[in-house]
Design a protein around this ligand. Sequence first.
Ligand code: FAQ
Length: 327
Amino acid sequence: MTTIAPEDTGQEALFDATIAADERIEPRDWMPDDYRASLVRQIAQHAHSEIIGMQPEANWITRAPSLRRKAILMAKVQDEAGHGLYLYSAAETLGTGRDELLDKLHTGRQKYSSIFNYPTLTWADVGAIGWLVDGAAITNQVPLCRCSYGPYARAMVRICKEESFHQRQGYELLLTLSRGTEAQHAMAQDAIDRWWWPSLMMFGPPDDESAHSAQSMAWKIKRHSNDELRQRFVDICVPQAETLGLTLPDPDLRWNEERGHWDFGPIDWTEFREVLKGNGPCNDERIGRRRRAHQEGAWVREAAAAHAAKHPAHTPHAGTDQEEAAR
Ligand code: FAQ
């Protein structure tokens, strides 16, 4: 059998034209293998970050200072699980199942965001995560709502709406602490001192060291470079920190009239690389806990599969609600 090259059937030209016209590629459309692989890589990294990201904040659910704060935090952590689900589903539309991706996470073959390898030492860290980590996530993810791959872009719309609530929750929490007692203010400041630089690292390596940016931007998966988004985030945070009455821990922060942006100090890229290699403060704890949760949940997956096998008619398209009730 002779294989027909995609360019001979016009598929590649159609793909290129769709990207050039800023239209969406959908699951059944032809796409280059590298485009598919790069999307799976980024979406998986993103999905893993959402579910590993539940751990640092979940650490404070039992110790939230009021019922209101506890309810808010539980809802937020649950939202992150939901984001993981949307994203694993988006990856599934590219032909890669959740089992395979989770296996790659558990065996260290795929990454999750460096930020979640830092510990949550005080209640103020919940505020810092909301304000800075969710804030950085939104800055990075709003442009992904215009990603060229339809299912990823659509998942991001909902995720960004929820992240926006999360960010405001963190800001309000920090504002309350900052305007509280001296000890509460100090606790909020300490959290910002610890979370600021790791938040800047969330945007990835500097542009000249970013392996995937150029190709991802040409395919309109990414719309802006890592450094552009990092700068945007700094510009947003400086005035917000002022309103909060908290100081960003960077003596080099200065308004640059010529550039129309805030200049900021050097990032410790050695620390970033170490965290990515698995040597951050909490890498072992996070991945160990994730593996345990997966093993302990095996019986739930088995029970759900056995139930589905016993009740094949229970699929959503099997019949109307009335038919279902009559059975
Ligand atoms: N941590 O060539 P680039 C959240 C990896 S969700 C770990 O620049 P790319 C919600 C990168 O994967 C936070 N690894 O890569 C939440 C690549 O590795 P690979 C996550 C990093 O893809 C809030 C290599 O370095 N958000 O916070 C990091 O063009 C609160 C080379 O880098 C997303 O994932 C890092 N910081 O750009 C949950 C958004 N940076 O694949 C709970 C979607 C880079 O070659 C609580 N992702 N790497 O092995 C993206 O926008 C992009 O993938 C970037 C990286 C910008 C992260």
